[in-house]
Design a protein around this ligand. Sequence first.
Ligand code: HEC
Length: 131
Amino acid sequence: MRKLVKTGLTHAVLLSGLLATQFALAQDKTVKDGVFTAAQVSSGQVVYDNSCKTCHNMRFYRDTLKSWDKQPLVFLWETIMGTMPADNPGSLALADYTNVIAYILSENGFPAGEETLDPDNGMADISIIAP
Ligand code: HEC
């Protein structure tokens, strides 16, 4: 009887170990993995031209991405939404903040793909990597 209980426990430990591994794999997604669509890039370019270009050039965003190396993309999204445009923070639509990030990533050499970038769906699992 005691032996049976022990075996059950071992299985539970093994199973949670497996789940932990799968979770770690889900977190390994990066901005290289086609995490935004081409349509988001074109919409983001309009946002960039209208609301961001006056104060930053692409060189600035490249340096920003470098300094955010390995951070979750959603943190950058929250930072930009909370502080930009500096003369009127939070004034853009949520989708505009998402699309402008897609545009910035695309301009820095990261590929568009099938997945729509969405702060409510998986953005916390995507890591920035330095361009
Ligand atoms: C009126 C000027 C102005 C506009 C417009 C503006 N910014 Fe900024 N932005 C700033 C200033 C000032 C800073 C902070 C100082 C710096 O790092 O140059 C900053 C910082 C940033 C940072 C760095 C954040 C960090 O913590 O690393 C990002 C990213 C950024 N802006 C993105 C954007 C985006 C995207 C837009 C368009 C939606 C935008 N900015 C529009 C002035 C502006």
